[in-house]
Design a protein around this ligand. Structure first.
Ligand code: PLP
Length: 440
């Protein structure tokens, strides 16, 4: 039986009316990739105010990895709401915050003592990871990479690569931030070994422009999220790890988008055989509730003085209850097993697109975190942003919510719920394939 059910054209009349109100009362800045208004959501599906039922392959940008309104998460939040809503961990602590930190330390790769602390958003986690790294090393310079996305607060925005819309017009950025080439294999300008060549650029640049002993941290995403699901090659990560170790530099893995099963493991760093010193986490950790954190080497995490890091809402009790339910399901086995099914279906389907559609320049990913890069011409690799936009529109008009990404806006990224059934997955991929076929 089909899951998608459309009762009106998309957006429907109620959605259109709400959008008029939205335009009137909500600032222009926040963008919607899908012009519908949510009424309710469950598992892999989302129903809009016009009664249209969509398959959601966005998971609210990689958050509801365990499906919408996962019953364990909803029950945990309801139970916590009956106990207390807020005390502020900085005023009166509570056990669930400590338990979330304990679980983060147990799951983050790295064979050493770890500690964690909690905040509200991915950007806030990034800000704090940088503060902790600077406090620990007593150095200033931070190295980040092309195509990176780390959030919208000032340091996170400075670390983010793309100017429009993220940085444009917002004034001075933070100082002591250096950006170097990222090993983007598909767009690497030579036929050589991308990891070797890119690492050489990195070492030469750090040495000549900064000096390794002045670098506090190197931050990167194991798989670039907003950058278009570009996977950091294992060799490059391992070389970075060695370099950071030999120069006392803190290696930060920004796992805000890659965490909590998105790449088939709790943390994507598990694929790399080396550990970061600090990991930033958010999104999937709360399964739909706002929570984020930094986890890493205890001696580094303890660098800020008492009261040096924190905030009013960080690790809110409702969010901690949700995170504990997320961890329980991560440990339960089904989610990561189902991620294997998703990986194999997506890998096979996307590989077939390379043969079927000349607009598909590259397909890539790690585990179920998969993407399609669209080009105008395979030889020139000219990005086809317009086609990506048209396909996402065609998809939602036919009941599938899917997102674009990438520095050039030409990547379709699949963030499917990790609890999805094979039937739902195939139904959604059918809509996507029809859209590509029609528009390419
Ligand atoms: C890798 C990465 N870091 C940081 C962020 C910022 O997270 P938030 O939007 O929760 O501030 C994001 C958000 O997409 C992300 O993908």
């Amino acid at each position: 039986m089909k899951t998608i059910s459309l009762k009106t054209s998309v957006p429907g009349p109620k959605g259109q009316k709400l959008m008029e109100e939205r335009r009137r009362y909500v600032a222009r800045g926040p963008f919607h990739s899908t012009p519908i208004f949510a009424a309710r959501a469950n598992g892999s599906t989302l129903e809009d105010v016009d009664g249209n039922k969509f398959l959601d392959f966005s998971c609210g940008i990689g958050v509801t990895n365990l499906g919408h309104c996962n019953p364990d998460i909803v029950n945990a939040v309801k139970e916590q709401a009956d106990q207390f809503l807020h005390t502020s961990f900085n005023i009166v602590p509570y056990a669930s915050y400590v338990e979330v930190c304990k679980l983060l330390t147990e799951h983050a790769p790295g064979n050493y003592d770890k500690k964690a602390f909690l905040v509200n958003s991915g950007a806030e986690a990034v800000e704090n990871a940088i503060k902790i790294a600077r406090a620990h090393t007593k150095r200033n310079a931070i190295v980040c990479f092309d195509h990176a996305y780390h959030g919208r607060t000032y340091m996170a925005m400075t670390l983010t690569s793309k100017t429009k819309p993220y940085k444009y017009g917002f004034g001075s950025l933070n100082s002591d931030v250096y950006r170097y080439a990222f090993p983007y294999e598909y767009r690497w300008p030579t036929e050589g070994d991308v990891s070797e060549e890119c690492f050489k650029i990195f070492v030469d640049s750090v040495t000549s422009q900064i000096s390794p002993d002045a670098v506090a941290a190197v931050i990167l995403e194991p798989v670039q999220g907003e950058g278009g699901f570009v996977v950091t090659p294992k060799k490059f990560m391992q070389k970075l790890r060695d370099f950071c170790t030999s120069h006392g530099i803190v290696l930060i893995a920004d796992e805000v988008q890659t965490g909590f099963g998105r790449t088939g493991k709790v943390f994507a760093m598990e694929h790399y055989g080396v550990a970061a010193d600090l990991i930033t986490t958010a999104k999937g950790l709360g399964g739909g509730l706002p929570i984020a954190g930094v986890v890493g080497k205890a001696e580094i995490m303890d660098a800020p003085m008492d009261g040096g890091i924190g905030g009013t809402f960080g690790g809110n009790p409702l969010s901690c209850a949700a995170a504990l339910a997320v961890f329980k399901q991560m440990r339960g086995g089904f989610v990561l097993k189902n991620a294997e099914m998703i990986t194999s279906v997506l890998e096979k389907t996307l590989d077939s697109y390379k043969d079927k559609f000349s607009c598909v320049g590259d397909v890539r990913g790690l585990g179920p975190m998969r993407a399609i890069e669209l080009v105008k011409d395979r030889k020139s690799k000219e990005p086809n942003k317009e086609l990506a936009g048209a396909i996402t529109k065609e998809c939602y008009q036919n009941g599938l919510i899917v997102l674009s990404a990438g520095t050039y806006g030409n990547v379709l990224r699949l963030l499917v719920p990790l609890t999805i059934s094979k039937e739902e997955l195939e139904e959604g991929m059918g809509v996507l394939e029809q859209a590509i076929k029609k528009l390419s």
